[in-house]
Design a protein around this ligand. Structure first.
Ligand SMILES: Cc1cc2nc3c(=O)[nH]c(=O)nc-3n(C[C@H](O)[C@H](O)[C@H](O)COP(=O)(O)O)c2cc1C
Length: 316
């Protein structure tokens, strides 16, 4: 996600977010903003200057700072402005425009079902619904029945669902025999980056701690390639690694689980892994994440402080 105003101001760090890696065979750019002029100009720049397959409008971000400016989830409550933004962005885009939103703003007052037929009529190509309201954040499970009702009302525009998927079985039970055409996976991809292989191959992969460590190594190598291997590049890579480790430790190895599959909100009792590395990778302790970072990036500099940015790593 990039902020439309930061893009228009030419902020280098924001433009860096829009860079497509050669390994990405499908690449969408999500933008966040609250006004049709900035969002449309931004869409035009993406259309004319970049190689993207689609543009996604963020109508789901719950963060106060964004919401109070009328951006993210706030757009769901302003139908006229929403329509103006969509129609205006559509007029400059040659690639599909999609929308990501929530069930609504307030708990117990879902509004997505009123919005999806409108979005279809405004010619949006696809909508993703995260099955929780702004107020709910990550409390309560995502409401996939409601997502399915929205998918029925949106036809023939496809609706994707989003929320709590951590295994191919989670996905199957939400997609099979429903009108939901696909899904997006967020925390599941951070906790278990191999989830896409599991879905493709319809199996639970009892991945070894060495295989997981190889993935961490390759993340670090990509980080150093991107940010450079000087002191600043190393420390930027370390911060991104630590953010990721604050999710990654939540994976419970298949061979250790009492019953498969793991559910995303399942907090396991403290367990000992099948070797020291597996135990280390399961640690919820920030000091252990620093230790893992030191194994690959060298000693943490004096005075280094780390607190995970995203509260979503909190369990329900
Ligand atoms: C670290 C993190 C960053 C996120 N950033 C975005 C974002 O930029 N845009 C967005 O639409 N949703 C974002 N989300 C929300 C997810 O896309 C998703 O809607 C939510 O986490 C529920 O799906 P999940 O249960 O698969 O995690 C983010 C979530 C997490 C955990």
């Amino acid at each position: 996600m990039a902020m439309a105003t930061n893009i228009l101001q030419g902020q280098m760090s924001e433009w860096a977010l829009l860079k497509r890696h050669k390994s990405e065979d499908l690449f969408g750019i999500q933008i966040c903003g609250g006004w049709s002029d900035t969002l449309t100009r931004c869409a035009q720049l993406i259309n004319d200057e970049l190689v993207a397959d689609f543009v996604d409008l963020n109508c789901g971000c719950p963060i106060d700072l964004i919401y109070k400016k009328g951006e993210g989830c706030a757009l769901m409550g302003k139908t006229n402005k929403f329509e103006q933004i969509i129609r205006s962005m559509k007029s400059v885009l040659e690639i599909p425009l999609t929308v990501k939103m929530r069930t609504g703003i307030m708990d117990n007052k879902s509004i997505a079902h009123h919005l999806v037929p409108k979005l279809r009529d405004w010619d949006v190509s696809m909508v993703t619904i995260h099955g929780r309201s702004r107020e709910q954040r990550y409390t309560k499970s995502a409401d996939w029945d409601y997502i399915d009702q929205c998918a029925e009302l949106a036809k023939p525009m496809p609706v994707f669902g989003n929320g709590d998927i951590l295994s191919y079985e989670d996905l199957d039970c939400h997609i099979k025999e429903t009108e939901v055409k696909g899904c997006m996976i967020a925390r599941g991809a951070l906790i278990k980056p191999w989830i896409f292989t599991e879905i493709k191959e319809q199996r639970h992969w009892d991945i070894s701690s060495n295989e997981r460590f190889e993935m961490i190594k390759s993340f670090v190598n990509n980080g150093l390639e991107h940010w450079g291997s000087d002191q600043q590049g190393v420390e930027t890579t370390r911060r991104f690694l630590l953010e990721w480790l604050s999710f990654l430790y939540r994976y419970i190895p298949v061979g250790v689980l009492e019953s498969v599959p793991q559910k995303i909100n399942q907090r396991p009792p403290k367990y000992i892994g099948r070797n020291d590395l597996e135990t280390l990778l399961s640690s919820p302790n920030c000091g252990d994440w620093l230790k893992i970072s030191e194994m690959l990036l060298g000693p943490v500099p004096d005075g280094f402080n780390f607190l995970p940015k995203h509260k979503a790593n909190a369990y329900m």
